[in-house]
Design a protein around this ligand. Structure first.
Ligand code: GAR
Length: 199
């Protein structure tokens, strides 16, 4: 049976779109996206879910009032959905050890750098690319990893390098890293993990 995938998002959702496109193209035969959860009610990712007939849920940390209540609500929705695998695809909230320990090797995240560079708390979205450009590295990339209690510290599943080019801005670099690495790696890793869960 296909593993049920819940994708957690906060923003534009281009990685969610890459997952949807891969599933539609038959590239995730061992999994199906069965739920999208956003902490942000205005995330365009929710619209992508709707357009593709995938149930969406909004769970706002602010409305929950505490990290604990926020995570309890996410847990309840995931359980109700029968989730097997959680994919963090541009989900800009850190999950506590209490939450991640309930899902050992069942949460994966895409991060827009070659971990262990430019990662951990405070490194998200464009900030990651700005830090890479400020440092002056010539190669960056993306990483897909399992999620544990250490932000961006779980076991690495896949990485892909991307060259920095003359004149790059954080925005230009972000787009290249997405196109050349994230949108390719994340669906591949999702399939790999779903397939391995059958063993
Ligand atoms: C992506 O680049 C993703 O790797 C990054 O945010 C962007 C979300 O874009 N995630 C992080 O920085 C997490 N630490 P998307 O909403 O279009 O997929």
């Amino acid at each position: 049976m296909k593993k049920r995938i819940a994708v957690l998002v906060s923003g534009g959702g281009t990685n969610l779109q890459a997952l949807i496109d891969a599933e539609n193209a038959g590239k995730i035969p061992h999994g199906e996206i069965s739920l999208v959860i956003s902490n942000n009610p205005n995330a365009y990712a929710l619209e992508r879910a709707r357009l593709n007939g995938i149930p969406g849920a909004v769970i706002s940390k602010k409305e929950c009032g505490s990290q604990e209540a926020f995570e309890a609500q996410i847990q309840a929705v995931l359980e109700r959905n029968g989730t097997d695998l959680i994919i963090l695809a541009g989900f800009m909230c850190i999950l506590s050890g209490k939450f991640t320990s309930r899902w050992p090797k069942r949460i994966i995240n895409v991060h827009p750098s070659l971990i262990p560079s430019f990662c951990g708390e405070g490194f998200y979205g464009l900030r990651v690319h700005r830090a890479a450009l400020d440092y002056g590295v010539k190669v960056t990339g993306a990483t897909v990893h399992f999620v544990n209690e250490i932000p961006d510290g779980g076991e690495i599943i896949a990485q892909k390098a991307v060259y920095i080019e003359e004149g790059d801005t954080p925005e230009i670099l972000q787009k290249r890293v997405m196109e050349q690495a994230e949108w390719i790696l994340l669906p591949q890793a999702a399939e790999m993990v779903c397939a391995s869960m059958e063993e």
